[in-house]
Write a protein that binds this ligand. Structure first.
Ligand code: HAM
Length: 426
């Protein structure tokens, strides 16, 4: 062994080992079932994107773009191209909207419903349930501005959580207006905050002039007392935004979904217009209590240089939901590595054991223990894997193409011919 210290994973990223992977698989399966149930189609978009896509998409002044981007070293480009400035994607919406135009999906029937599940990267302070690499279930409906799609995205994603048995979730809802009414509201917000500037955190002092809506994203304790009395966006909506918000609420009422109006929910990314929403779960606690969130982004396509096109979407945190299944609900039991373990009792039976493994594998996942441990040790290990059967082989029986089949649950054993194994295990 070398004297150098063993290499560990980078800070803030982690391995998803089999027990947790089973919970992830359950969450991802429920996600794709929920999305397909509403007519969504799966897409995949690159993990590496041009930095401009993110800066112009989520907004250059958001934490995501300013502090949390993983920027890749520029590589010398071929053929005199200037080297691309690339980042690891911190979110999926900007990429999916880009793909919608770049792939010509804007030319077909509208709206287009898309979903994707994959890893995202934010260089945030690592904490419980806040990772630097995490998985999102992302859904986007692009090409129609009807608030009925906002309500449908909420209903579908609520159904995703319900299908996994996750209750006790609070749906927070707000509207943050659009280009017609928000500027006037932001001026009112600035007028309210300017006299308080000296009492705010330095980041927020800057935000008062640069990006006042982001004042509501602030988690610093010193800034909290001023939020409550701040002007509320919902009192400043123009009539089209107010009507859209009313319609979303009445559709959610009709769907029987309960929600809590939260005038301070602004969602940390600059592309949102009108509806924003978030699912929060008390059991997760602190700043990591959002299981997912989303909203409408009618200005995003234009900000990326494409024709103005409305859209609405959501992203759920797969790591957090998987954590709920594994640790709060305990509803996921990881499947055993194999149902059947083939245990040769002595050395020299590898070929025969491989053959028996093949026969079993036709009907069940089967693994062969080729180690030179004693049968007792093999049996003990077998008991711990959660396998259901052991096929025990000695040389004599192997010569006659026979073995002993042991039920690891009941402890019953019986002799069985190789040719009858498949039927016995089926
Ligand atoms: P977001 O709120 O930034 O929205 O992220 C959505 C969810 O991803 C969060 O609620 C959380 O569950 C999970 N998440 C975010 N960061 C982390 C992290 N560091 N560790 C673990 N989980 C995390 C978006 O990303 C938007 N693109 C959602 C959207 C889609 N809006 C419209 N369409």
């Amino acid at each position: 062994m070398s004297s150098a210290s063993p290499i560990k994973a980078a800070r803030g990223v982690r391995d998803i080992l089999p027990a947790e992977r089973a919970a992830f698989a359950a969450v991802e399966h429920a996600a794709s079932e929920a999305a397909r149930g509403y007519g969504y189609q799966e897409v995949e978009v690159p993990i590496i994107e041009p930095v401009e896509l993110i800066e112009r998409g989520v907004g250059g002044d958001t934490d995501v773009a300013r502090k949390e981007l993983y920027r890749l070293e520029p590589h010398g480009a071929a053929d005199g191209e200037s080297p691309a400035r690339l980042v690891l994607r911190p979110e999926g919406t900007a990429s999916v909207v880009r793909a919608y135009f770049q792939g010509g999906l804007n030319q077909g029937p509208q709206p287009v419903r898309l979903f994707t599940i994959g890893p995202f990267f934010r260089h945030d302070k690592p904490q419980h349930l806040r990772y630097r690499q995490f998985v999102q279930f992302d859904v986007e409906v692009i090409g129609d501005e009807s608030p009925a799609y906002d309500a449908e995205v909420i209903e579908m994603t609520w159904g995703w959580l319900r299908a996994m048995g996750i209750g006790n979730v609070s749906l927070e809802l707000n509207s943050i207006g659009d280009g017609a009414c928000r500027p006037r509201y932001l001026r009112a917000l600035q007028e309210y905050y300017r006299p308080l500037r000296d009492r705010l955190h330095p980041d927020c002092q800057r935000r008062v002039e640069d990006n006042p809506l982001r004042l509501f994203d602030c988690k610093e304790r010193q800034c909290q007392p001023f939020k409550e009395a701040a002007p509320r966006i919902t009192d400043h909506l123009c009539s089209p935004c107010a009507a859209a918000f009313e319609e979303v609420k009445s559709l959610l009422d009709a769907a029987g979904l309960e929600y809590r109006l939260n005038p301070f929910l602004v969602r940390g990314l600059d592309y949102y217009t009108r509806t924003v929403f978030e699912y929060q779960h008390g059991a997760l606690g602190g700043a990591q209590n959002a299981l997912g969130g989303g909203g409408r982004y009618d200005g995003l396509a234009g900000a990326l240089g494409y024709p103005d096109t409305p859209g609405v979407g959501f992203a759920g945190g797969v790591d957090r939901v998987a954590y709920m299944l594994q640790h709060e609900l305990g509803t996921v039991t990881p499947p055993p590595a194999a149902d059947v373990l083939v245990l040769p009792m002595i050395a020299g039976l590898d070929g025969a054991a491989a053959q028996v493994g093949r026969i079993c594998r036709a009907v069940r996942p089967a693994a062969v223990d080729y180690s030179d441990r004693s049968l007792r040790a093999k049996m003990r290990a077998a008991g711990r894997t959660g396998a259901r059967w052991a096929v025990i082989m000695n040389a004599d029986e192997a010569g006659r193409r026979a073995a002993v089949l042991r039920d690891l649950v009941s402890g019953e054993e019986r002799p069985v011919a190789w040719d009858d194994l498949a039927e016995a295990l089926a």
